[in-house]
Design a protein around this ligand. Sequence first.
Ligand code: GAR
Length: 210
Amino acid sequence: MGIENKLVILASGRGSNFAAIANAIADGSIPNARIIALISNNADAGAIGIAKRLGIAVRIIHSKNFRQSGQFDRIGYEKELSAVLKELQPNWILLAGYMLILGKEIIQQWANKIVNIHPSLLPAFRGLRAQKQAIEAGVSKSGCTVHFVTEELDDGPIIAQNTVEVLGTDTEETLSQRLLPIEHHTYVEAVSKLCSRSCVIRNGCVEWLA
Ligand code: GAR
């Protein structure tokens, strides 16, 4: 039995990736791990109900309180987020449908500890609505990527990727639906590796140690 990894999940919405990770810890597919808190910027996030049902602590930092006449006070918001993370001291911070962009202070403070899932095969289709971008580009394959978070949006060393076929008949909704279980499996695979093996980042790539 290795040392327990303390995980903090950041989610803004539905929370299906969060649920997949929680279930995988419960059934032993992710070893040596415990989710110590869910942090959400959105009080209406489905992820909050999932956390409550699972008895996982919830911390809400309302992003809407930091929005004034269309401007988002990222520095104020991240000061609060930073204080919560400092108190929790996680080994890994997992973004699971977290729809705010993290600023460089937090990314630097938690360098190589923040992980994200993105619904495309990065470096293709960064940013919002990646599945729609894939359809519009006419690609025959897309997928999802779990990666370390760096200061560039949807960039950073890749931990795991898996593909999905894009059909001629696909809409953004059908492709997203078919990709979702692949995302769950990919995130579980990545977190399981992070919790049971060591890695280093060399030349922007993840290298797994024996
Ligand atoms: C997932 O498809 C995830 O890849 C995407 O949001 C969805 C969250 O679903 N994340 C991004 O687009 C981040 N750029 P979930 O709340 O059910 O896990």
